[in-house]
Design a protein around this ligand. Structure first.
Ligand code: GLA
Length: 399
């Protein structure tokens, strides 16, 4: 676990163990996995069970052609429904939608992208396909042979094994079984020797943020599934207040994937998702059809200043300063991101004033509006914004 998550530390341990190679091992630390919140795309929100090889290739092409890859979106993650049958030796094979996973992984890699896949610690996945229960090492080895760089591991079928569907059940025993199952796959991934980002998905059960990193998670879902509506997105996003202390480089809270571009929300509401996820240091996994993006969708997903907030090197998750939905995130170099949301969706938007002393600034500050891209010059004492219905005003502030 330590070797996977903190490679420098791992190098040092190994160096001490092998004595003579100390200087070589210490001199070549590798980057820790998920030092910044992972960015990329996942098939589920748009394609769901219909995703196939051609969709994934078209997505890889679109990531490059649209500029998304260069904006940081590098993971191409296939969600549930790729799984086929196991052979007599127990090896998992993809179903007929994915004729050659190794070739698909090679294609994704040839575009300068990374390849992600999905499984469950249970016998069955959420969509009823084959899970990894009892085949953890074997599956991890198969993924490594296919060139997989990211695994989303989704509880689903394990709930039956845990006895959750036949109450009353032993909560403590069930929680221990779940943690063991996540740790088991983590160990199997580490054993492959391939760096594979490990995404825990169990909808926030048993306060996963308190133990997700201990079982090797680089990210963990904190809630149930998002859908393409303002209500769902806002309920999930704004409920993250208080989880900030659990996130940091290598281990992130995951409020689920982006819905931007899927059509169920207004542009202002999608700007709210992008801004809030950036303040939350959340993984940015686009969930739309990238081969059919309009200019508004592109301008939201590829707002490089908002992406820069999400990817800030300090890796400190933002917090809610106060109602009505004023959020702040500490950034490198003493800067801060400020987002003022209109969550209550007043038909007549109300002005909200934030005093700079409440953000920890003493004296005048410089401001830039990250959605209008206007430099606001030097600001004194406070800032007042009137975000549109369902929308946001987001600034970068520095002294
Ligand atoms: C669960 C997960 C979703 C998706 C589906 C696939 O509902 O939370 O993100 O992976 O399963 O079946």
């Amino acid at each position: 676990m330590i070797c996977n998550r903190i490679s420098l530390l791992c190098s040092s341990f190994m160096a001490i163990a092998i004595g003579v190679a100390v200087s070589i091992a210490v001199a070549q630390p590798t980057a820790p996995l998920a030092a910044k919140p992972p960015m990329g795309w996942n098939s589920w929100n748009h394609f769901a069970e219909k995703v196939d090889d051609a969709d994934v290739r078209a997505t890889a092409d679109a990531l490059v052609a649209s500029g998304m890859r260069d904006a940081g979106y590098i993971y191409v993650n296939i969600d549930d429904t790729w799984e086929g049958q196991r052979d007599a030796a127990g090896n998992i094979h993809a179903n007929s939608k994915f004729p050659d996973m190794k070739a698909l992984g090679d294609y994704v890699h040839s575009k300068g992208l990374k390849f992600g896949i999905y499984s469950s610690p249970g016998p069955k996945t959420c969509a009823g396909y084959e899970g990894s229960y009892g085949h953890e090492e074997q599956d991890a080895n198969t993924y490594a042979a296919w060139g997989v760089d990211f695994l989303k591991y989704d509880l689903c079928g394990l709930r039956d094994v845990m006895g959750m569907r036949n109450p009353p059940f032993d909560r403590i025993k069930a929680a221990a079984m779940m943690k063991d199952a996540y740790a088991k796959m983590h160990q199997a991934l580490v054993k492959t020797g391939r760096p594979i980002v490990y995404s825990i998905c169990q909808y926030g059960m048993d306060s996963v943020w308190e133990w997700g990193a201990q079982v090797g998670g680089n990210l963990w879902r904190t809630t149930g599934d998002i859908s393409d509506s303002f209500r769902s997105m806002a309920l999930i996003g704004f409920s993250q207040a208080g989880l900030e202390k659990y996130a940091g480089p290598g281990h992130w809270n995951d409020p689920d994937m982006l819905e931007i571009g899927n059509g169920g929300m207004s542009a202002d509401e999608y700007r709210t998702q992008m801004s809030l996820w950036a303040i939350l240091a959340a993984p940015l996994l686009a969930g739309n059809d990238l081969s059919k993006m309009d200019e508004t969708t592109k301008s939201i997903l590829m707002n490089e200043e908002v992406v820069a907030v999400d990817q800030d090197a300090m890796g400190v998750q933002g917090f809610r300063l106060g109602p009505p939905q004023v959020w702040v995130r500490q950034l490198s170099g003493g800067a801060k991101a400020l987002a003022i949301f209109n969550y209550v969706t007043d038909d007549v938007p109300q002005p909200v004033t934030v005093a700079f002393k409440d953000l920890g600034f003493v004296g005048p500050v410089h401001g830039k509006d990250l959605w209008t891209h206007k430099d606001l010059g030097v600001l004194r004492d406070s800032f007042t914004a009137t975000p549109p219905k369902g929308g946001v005003v987001m600034l970068r502030l520095w002294q």
